[in-house]
Design a protein around this ligand. Structure first.
Ligand SMILES: Cc1ncc(COP(=O)(O)O)c(C=O)c1O
Length: 395
């Protein structure tokens, strides 16, 4: 079996070459600072409102930070040892998700899960299929590996077009099913998703569907449910989850994949036993504490985000600007201005918003949601940049 380590040794030079390509370099990395306005001085940069990377503006919270602190142990002993906390996190997650440890694989962020699945389930003759736009990690990784990528357009409401996606899945290695979908923020209901999975497997029995549930906790749709039960039964479905969003741990880097033991085994064989080698002991302890906060934490975080989302969507709607139906901690809004022009205008006034998302960069911008206080300050800047500070749409 070719493991990830052997693969890196074998193709390292080629992969490094591909990585220097500007397209790969610019693809969907959240959280990078490359779009910080160069005109800001250091003090201004400290005050920037960061609304470009879909993070939780509150961060991990005290319970989690205390756990990280404790993980240092006496005289920093714990970080000096290879971690033994992997098993504990797997146990905690298993209980939380009502699955068995063999249904889980851990990763350095869900990025690692996405890459591993892309590597294992696509081939030079078996394409990756996804929407355009969507979160680009899988597509970028597939392209780097020389695997074909098939992209299908969204429907008129910026939702995944399930007919087009199912058609394109014929003979594909993997469908990247990002739900809710980044950057457009829309969600496809649980029953429609289950039907889609069944349909793909009728049309194309060997295709794996990777359901990316990165923003799962923020969904407020009436028909909302995880695809984990489907994945547990069907080795051709894998669910990816992350601690980066609702749990506020983007910088700590922790994610996981859930699936049938056969699917998890296949991914783990490639990625040296559940990604243990890429895991950081501080993140593991943070993850255990984060899950320990229970459902009440997630409910409160969802309610906080929903209030901020409603406020921000309404601010734009009151001024005649339409947003998609967001089920995430960001919105996708038609400002009517070139995304770059809007972004640069905002950056010059200390608000960082999302990058271009072709084919919608002519008018649409992705804005991550900060705290309510940050958004109240941000909309004042949006109003100035758009020349619509006090303009209210006609009823
Ligand atoms: C849809 C989606 N999936 C996966 C990720 C990767 O997140 P992480 O590697 O931090 O878990 C992101 C990051 O923004 C995302 O938007």
């Amino acid at each position: 079996m070719l493991t990830r380590r052997k693969f890196v040794q074998t193709v390292g030079a080629g992969a490094a070459g591909a990585l220097t390509g500007s397209w790969i370099g610019a693809r969907g990395r959240e959280g990078s600072l490359w779009d910080l306005a160069p005109t800001l001085d250091a003090a201004q940069a400290m005050r920037v409102i960061p609304l470009s990377s879909n993070e939780n503006p509150l961060g991990p919270g005290k319970v989690v930070l205390d756990a990280v602190q404790r993980a240092f142990g006496p005289a920093g002993a714990t970080p000096g040892r290879y971690s033994s906390a992997t098993g504990e996190l797997r146990d905690v997650l298993s209980t939380y998700l009502n699955v068995r440890p063999e249904n889980l694989t851990l990763g350095c962020g869900s990025t690692q899960i996405l890459r591993t699945a892309t590597h294992v389930y696509t081939e030079r003759t078996k394409a990756l299929v996804g929407t355009i736009p969507t979160y680009e990690e899988s597509a970028g990784y597939a392209a780097m590996l020389g695997r074909p990528v098939r992209a299908v357009a969204l429907d008129r409401d910026f939702r995944m077009d399930l007919d087009k996606l199912a058609d394109a899945s014929r003979g594909a290695g993997m469908v990247f099913y990002c739900n809710p979908n980044n950057p457009v923020a829309t969600y496809v209901g649980a029953q429609a998703t289950r039907d889609f999975i069944a349909r793909v497997h009728r049309i194309s029995p060997e295709t794996t569907i990777l359901v990316d549930e990165a923003y799962f906790e923020y969904v407020t749709h009436a028909d909302h449910a995880t695809m984990i039960p489907v994945a547990l039964e069907d080795p051709r479905v894998v669910v990816a989850r992350t601690f980066s969003k609702a749990y506020g741990m983007a910088g700590l880097r922790l994610g996981y994949g859930v699936g049938h033991p056969d699917a998890i085994r296949r991914m783990s064989q490639w990625d040296s036993g559940s990604g243990t080698s890429s895991l950081n002991v501080l993140a593991l302890h943070a993850g255990i504490a984060a899950i320990g906060q229970g459902a009440a934490f997630v409910d409160a975080e969802r309610a906080r985000n929903t209030a901020v989302r409603n406020f921000t969507v309404k601010w734009f709607a009151d001024r005649g600007m339409k947003s998609t139906d967001s089920h995430t901690n960001f919105i996708f809004v038609n400002t009517g201005m070139l995304a770059k022009q809007f972004r640069d205008g905002c950056a010059a006034k200390g608000v960082r918003v999302g990058r271009d998302f072709p084919p919608f960069e002519h008018a649409w911008c992705r804005i991550s949601l900060g705290t309510m206080d940050e958004m109240k300050r941000a909309v004042a800047v949006f109003g100035e940049v758009l020349g619509k500070a006090g303009v209210i749409a006609a009823a």
